[in-house]
Design a protein around this ligand. Structure first.
Ligand code: NAP
Length: 311
């Protein structure tokens, strides 16, 4: 790894900044919120479950009594919920940092309220729509950043599904391939957003990050659904042995969101072996993730599928 060395101490003062983080009820999202709030940012904490969200807000308040936190309900697997949330968040004013973090992994074949395959719907389409709907607030900030959380798993996806995303072939579904495709979709989106933001002359920067292998609820939630219980048990054992703690897993996101001078379109991940653990640095995405023509087509498909058009 050749990128700059970075640690938590380098997060600049974020007072007067507003951040919105999705997936704050566990894992990486929880730690991302904590560190942004510690540096003085007002943090909009977005989650789908009111009960879990209340607990998450209380936990941050216990650790940081001065924190300015705004709870926001959003179910990324339901575009009407995304629209409501964006409207509510939009009323707060300019948005300096948007962290597209929430996600599900290796779920059995299910569909979102809008008919998308659950992982692609939650991980990509929900965040695509949220970012597009919050675009005016991002442009209104002095120099906003969008960080989209991907995964090393993007490397095993050779493409993203073509055609109508509401009519994917459920019969041939493979849960890990679908996850990998959703994480490739995250990167295609993040890099295309950076290209479009530059072409439009905005000051919004789009970066991506991945946490390596971190011990969170991710390995429990999706793999434990449906017939995957024994696979999930093995995965949990492996995770306990080799996964790094969630607070370390959140460092690439925090670097991508706050490091001054980081070029737009950066992809940040751990610098350790196989990018699985360690302090964050700038890393490389797969060749497919850097395919600008594929990204352009994927963007158009995403706009059509979500009916969210970036201004
Ligand atoms: N952990 C790893 O090793 C690893 C590796 C590579 C990439 N990642 C990525 O890191 C990100 C964070 O995952 P994590 O590891 O922190 O997992 P996690 O502990 O399971 O957290 C996932 C978060 O996403 C939320 N979420 C799931 N579906 C949602 C929906 N429909 N609407 C709104 N929120 C939803 C969850 O909410 P609930 O509490 O309500 O379920 C939870 O807060 C994901 O994008 C994941 O793909 C993680």
């Amino acid at each position: 790894m050749t990128g700059p060395q970075w640690t938590l101490e380098e997060i600049p003062d974020l007072s007067e900044r507003r951040a919105l983080v999705t997936g704050v009820t566990s894992g990486l999202g929880e730690h991302t919120v904590l560190e942004l709030a510690r540096r003085g940012a007002e943090v909009v904490m977005a989650a789908r479950s009111a009960g879990k969200l209340e607990q998450a807000v209380d936990a941050v308040r216990r650790a940081l009594p001065q924190a300015v936190l705004v709870p926001l309900i959003v179910d990324l697997a339901d575009l009407s919920s995304v629209r409501r949330a964006a409207e509510e968040a939009g009323r707060l004013g300019p948005l300096d940092i948007l962290v597209n973090n929430a996600g599900v992994m290796a779920t059995p074949h299910r569909r979102t309220s809008d008919g998308f395959e659950l992982q692609m719907g939650t991980n990509h389409f929900g965040h695509f729509a949220l970012t597009g709907l919050l675009w005016p607030q991002l442009v209104a900030a002095e120099s906003a950043r969008v960080v989209t959380v991907s995964s090393q798993m993007h490397r095993i996806a050779r493409a993203v599904p073509q055609g109508d995303p509401r009519h994917d072939a459920g019969g041939r579904y493979e849960r890990w391939t679908a996850y990998a495709q959703s994480k490739l979709a995250n990167l295609l989106f993040a890099f295309e957003l950076e290209r479009r933001a530059r072409a439009a002359g905005t000051k919004v920067q789009s970066n991506a990050a991945h946490p390596g292998y971190a011990r969170t609820n991710l390995q429990r939630t999706g793999p434990g659904m449906g017939s995957g219980r024994s696979q999930a048990a093995i995965l949990l054992g492996v995770t306990r042995l080799v996964g790094q703690p969630a607070d370390l897993g959140a460092l690439p996101t925090l670097m991508a969101a706050t490091m001054p001078g980081l070029p737009g379109g950066s992809y940040v991940g751990p610098r350790g072996p196989l990018e699985s653990r360690g302090l964050p640095t700038v890393v490389k995405a797969s060749r497919v993730a850097n395919d600008a023509e594929l990204a352009r087509r994927w963007w158009e498909l995403s706009e059509e599928a979500t009916r969210v058009h970036f201004p």
